[in-house]
Write a protein that binds this ligand. Structure first.
Ligand code: PLP
Length: 305
């Protein structure tokens, strides 16, 4: 039995009406850990467990860490999540709710991650948040569900952080005979590591990332995302922080679901009618979700930017 659930795939009347084309939503926000991450991380955890792992270690204070914590609790495997001091109290609390052991270490993610690596002993499995073929295999199951359902969009809109979701979706399109469907890959301006790499034609490490879409904050995308860009149509789009926040607020009003700005970024392409949409009449948006922000936080950010 997989650890993730099959999620709703439904038309949004509000978004279809607004954008003048059919907009379908894949509600990954409904996963028990609050985001799509459970698909890939659940699959990786089950695989490592079957290979004998006795402990899972993660350095993500975000949705990846939450997915590891959920998977560990389900499999009865202890979980350690090392997070930097900057991790908000809410994220730590969500990890504790999933009964993970949380270790706060270092001023930045780099230091927390180095410490997490130093803990690794025989019998431990380290769960990377985006750069692991097992993750992509697991994420691809969302496309299996859409293909089984039957409604075929003529493009898919999703958000990109380190590119794990992108790699999983493309793998799913390829394995379901949907390799002709292009992917509109959305980042915020402050986290645009895929856009930078595609412009340069080779992997690029951003000097820094900034802004409200914290779950998109990988300074460099995984190499597989660039490899796919050679054989699958992928268009990198950038949106502003206010656009991502506005989309969160609007989506809450339209669908009664609160998502992180990381997900608002993808939604804003449709809410704001990006011109690239004119080429398509049926779109599907991956509602990647995210559990780490509150509506108060979103409104504070919106007031400040
Ligand atoms: C992790 C995450 C992303 C980005 O996924 P990547 O695999 O890092 O590209 C987008 N949205 C949410 C809510 C996430 O948790």
């Amino acid at each position: 039995m997989p650890l993730h659930i099959e999620t709703p795939y439904v038309e949004s009347r509000a978004l279809s009406e607004r954008s003048g084309r059919a907009i379908w939503l894949k509600f990954e926000s409904a996963q028990p850990s609050g985001s799509f991450k459970l698909r890939g991380i659940g699959h990786a955890c089950e695989t490592y467990y079957a290979r004998g792992a006795q402990r899972f270690i993660s350095s993500s204070g975000g949705n990846a860490g939450l997915a590891v914590a959920y998977a560990g609790r389900q499999l009865d495997v202890p979980v350690i999540v090392v997070v930097p001091e900057t991790t908000p109290a809410r994220a730590r609390e969500l990890l504790r709710l999933e009964q993970a052991a949380v270790i706060v270490h270092g001023a930045s993610w780099q230091e927390a991650n180095a410490y997490a690596q130093s803990l690794l002993a025989a019998g431990d499995a380290f769960l990377h948040p985006f750069d692991d073929p097992l993750l992509w295999q697991g994420h691809a199951s969302m496309i299996d569900e859409m293909a089984r359902h039957g409604h075929k969009p003529d493009a898919i809109v999703l958000s990109v952080g380190g590119g794990g979701l992108l790699c999983g979706v493309v793998e799913g399109l390829q394995r379901n005979g949907w390799q002709d469907i292009p992917v509109l890959a959305v980042e915020t301006e402050g986290t645009a590591s895929l856009h930078a790499a595609l412009q340069a034609g080779h992997p690029v490490e951003l000097a820094a990332v900034h802004g409200v879409a914290t779950s998109l904050g990988a300074r460099r995308v995984c190499d597989q995302a660039l490899t796919w860009a050679h054989s699958h149509p992928i268009h990198a789009l950038r949106v502003s922080d206010p656009a991502a926040l506005g989309a969160c607020e609007q989506f809450l009003a339209d669908h009664r679901v609160l998502v992180e700005p990381a997900c608002g970024a993808a939604l804003s392409v449709v809410y704001d009618g990006h011109p690239v949409l004119n080429a398509y009449s049926k779109l599907a948006i991956i509602i990647c979700g995210g559990a780490t922000t509150t509506i108060d936080q979103i409104r504070q950010w919106a007031a400040a930017c």
